[in-house]
Design a protein around this ligand. Structure first.
Ligand code: NAD
Length: 476
């Protein structure tokens, strides 16, 4: 069902599409196959709801978001279950994502009340300058499948807090997660038209409506750099504001003074998180040559312990990839690396034993001696494959790490404070983890440099993305 103007409805053409469990191939349910006309109706509803919503006080908008946070937290197990079944990640990780998703509702319930204007010094004695903020208007949001609930709240919460209304198009492989999230919004009682959901099997016409409908004032997109680039150029032609959270290719650097065992444990934990399907997943691991052997041994032992299966089953640490195509892409990168001289230490193949054959499972894989000529060194992998590269010189590794079109996340392991700062400041990436594999939270800005995106989500500035600044000069 689509959620438009406060009601659940079928797609106007009556069509539906299936949501598939990627671990078993089973059909989990169906969703309305929204059309371009449905999205236009949702935009119209959002535009109609805008005056009422934007005129509410920040305290009132905050109360809705706070309620949504409470409801989401009270349902976290149920939401995590749906996510684990539909997207594949282990239940514990899904539970973590639901809490992270709810955090955005709470954070922006609080930030809604912390919007301040400014009084600025004027050059003339009889003049006064003031600046206030106004909501941008209707926001069209497009979200990916890999974090199917938190990417929704990371966009919707700040937009709603700012006084904007929202039409969200969910990813086609995870419509049920989106439906469950919107049930939370429905129960929180947002007025009709303030938040609207379009599910669809074909995103192209919906994207076209978003970039061309004059009622849409901003497009907020999370997904691949390729689609983001296309939407940005179309949106620019129509003078729409755009925020882009795109792909990444994170370096993970282990400096000579680091503990290689500790670093390898951290590397394995973050690499296999969500089966490697994360924009901040380490894609190139540079390890000082003196630590290389120990790092590889520790990592390999961790990789070999990963237990593949349905995310919902207790003890499973490696779920399936999203579909056949994703499996193919990952395997192609591995084959390419091996053909060009990489060493396979474990994994390197699709898993097909027993019931695993029914899903899209790829083994936890460790490749050593990766070189810049290999595709995996440049292309986002989105799978459970670690690519490790030895290095000798610190300055050289910094330059190598920065030699990418992406600029989202980077990780460094060191026990030297001066080096920690050198890499924090020198890495051309927006999110840095130093001896820390989880440098993300609702309180911290999230977003990319270079081709990883435009804009920031979360944090103090997250709400600013949905506001215009208005200034006034007064003669007194
Ligand atoms: P994708 O670009 O294929 O899809 C993302 C969303 O865009 C989906 O909702 C999809 O339906 C929609 N879409 C696809 N084509 C469209 C079109 N022509 N018009 C309008 N919408 C369209 O990406 P994906 O494979 O679903 O997601 C993985 C990518 O997302 C990776 O590159 C990953 O790094 C990135 N990602 C980035 C962040 C971040 O915060 N930077 C977070 C999660 C994922």
């Amino acid at each position: 069902m689509l959620f438009i103007n406060g009601s659940w409805k079928e797609a106007e053409n009556g069509k539906t599409f299936e949501s598939i469990n990627p671990a078993s191939g089973e059909v989990l349910g169906t969703a309305a196959d929204g059309s371009r006309r449905d999205s236009a109706e949702a935009v119209k509803a959002a535009a109609a709801a805008l005056p009422g919503w934007s005129e509410k006080t920040a305290y009132q908008r905050s109360a809705y978001l706070y309620k949504a946070w409470e409801i989401m937290m009270s349902r976290k197990e149920q939401l995590a279950r749906v996510m684990s079944l539909e997207q594949g990640k282990p239940f514990k990780a899904a539970l973590g994502e639901v809490v992270y998703a709810a955090d955005f509702l709470l954070w922006f319930a609080e930030e809604a009340k912390r919007l301040y204007g400014e009084i600025i010094q004027a050059p003339r004695p009889d003049q006064r300058f003031l600046v206030i903020h106004k909501p941008l208007g209707v926001v069209a949001a497009i979200t990916p499948w890999n974090y199917p609930i938190s990417m929704i709240t990371r966009k919707a919460a700040p937009a709603l807090a700012a006084g904007c209304t929202v039409v969200l198009k969910a990813a086609e492989t995870t419509p049920l997660c989106a439906l469950e999230t919107f049930k939370v919004f429905e129960e929180a009682g947002f007025p009709p038209g303030v938040v609207n959901l379009i599910t669809t099997s074909d995103p192209v016409p919906i994207g076209e409506e978003f970039v061309s409908n004059p009622l849409v004032k901003k497009i907020s997109f999370t997904g691949s750099t390729e689609v983001g680039r296309m939407l940005a150029s179309r949106a620019a032609g129509n003078m729409k504001k755009i925020a882009l959270e795109l792909g990444g290719h994170a370096p993970f650097i282990v400096l000579e003074d680091a503990d290689p065992v500790h670093a390898a444990k951290g590397a394995a934990m973050v690499k296999f998180l969500n089966m490697g399907q994360a924009c901040i997943s380490p894609n190139r691991m540079y390890v000082h040559r003196s630590l290389y052997k120990t790092f590889l041994e520790t990592f390999q032992a961790r990789a070999e312990k990963m237990k593949a299966g349905q995310g919902i089953v207790d003890g499973v640490s490696l779920g399936p990839l999203m579909n056949e195509e994703a499996l193919g892409r990952v395997d192609e990168q591995v084959r390419d690396a091996l053909a060009k001289g990489a060493r396979l230490l474990c994994g390197g193949k699709r898993l097909t034993e027993g019931n695993l054959a029914k899903g899209f499972f790829y083994a936890a894989t460790l490749l050593a001696d990766v070189t810049p000529e290999m595709r995996i060194y440049r292309e986002e992998t989105f799978g459970p494959v670690a690519a490790v590269i030895p290095f000798d010189d610190e300055d050289e590794v910094l330059a190598m790490a920065n030699d990418t079109v992406y600029g989202l996340a980077a990780y460094v392991y060191t026990n030297n404070l001066a080096k920690a700062f050198k890499f924090f400041e020198g890495l051309d990436f927006a999110i840095i983890g130093i001896n820390d594999i989880n440098p993300t939270a609702a309180a911290l800005p999230f977003g990319g440099m270079k081709e990883s995106g435009i804009g920031r989500e979360g944090a103090r500035e997250g709400i600013m993305e949905y506001l215009e600044r208005k200034s006034v000069g007064l003669s007194v």
